[in-house]
Design a protein around this ligand. Sequence first.
Ligand code: DX5
Ligand code: ZN
Length: 220
Amino acid sequence: MSSKLIAPSMLAADFGNLQRDTEMVNTSDADWFHIDVMDGHFVPNISYGMPVIAAIKKHATKPLDVHLMIEKPERYIEEFAKVGADIITVHHESTVHLHRTLRQIKDAGCKAGIVLNITTPVSVLEDILPECYMVLLMSINPGFGGQKFEEVTYQRIKKLRKMIDEQGLDTKIEIDGGVTDQNIQKLVEAGADVFVAGSHVFKSENPTQTIANLKSLANS
Ligand code: DX5
Ligand code: ZN
C-alpha cells in the first residue's frame, strides 16, 4: 500500500510569520502544502491569491497543492501555475467545462484534480475519473477552516474508492475539512490517501509533532 500523505492547510498558518510556518512544514513529516484560494463569490470568504502563493513557493521545498474555491477557475490556471502550483484542484460546481479546465491544468504543467462539495454525488465523476490525478472530497462546507467534520464523508469515500478500483486507476482521494487525530485512521480505512489539516495542526502547541502524529496514524 502506498504511503498516506499529509497536507497542512496554510489557511491556518500565521500570515505574519509565513516564512517560519513554511519552514516548519518543510522540516516536518508533511508531504505537501495545501493552499486554499477563495474569491468571495464561490465561497463566502476571501483568502489569498498569487502574491501570497509566490511567497510560500519561495521557501517551500515540498509540492504546493492548490485548492481553487473560485468561480470560473479557467480564467487563472496559467497564473497559478506560474507562481508555483504543482497540483491544482477545481470544484466540479465552479465551472461548466470541467474537461477543458483539467486539460488546461495539465497543459500548464500541473497535476489536475476535481473537488466535490458534500452534496455533489461522487457518481458525476464516472466518465472523467481517468483524467484526474486526484479527487478532493470536501468533508465540510468550503470557505472556512475550523469546522466540524461531516460524517457522510465515510460513505462517499467508499463509493469513490470502489469506482476508482473498478476502473483500475490509481487516482488519489484527498479529504479536506475537520481532519484530526481522532478521525484520520477511519478515513484511511474507508479508502482515502491524502489528508488536509489546518486548525488541528496550526492551533496545536507543537505543529511539527502534530503532523508527525497524523502521518504515523495514517500509515500504521
Ligand atoms: C476550507 C478549506 C480547508 C481548510 C481546512 O474551505 O478548503 O482546506 O483550511 O481547515 P480545517 O483543517 O481547520 O478544517
Ligand atoms: Zn482546502
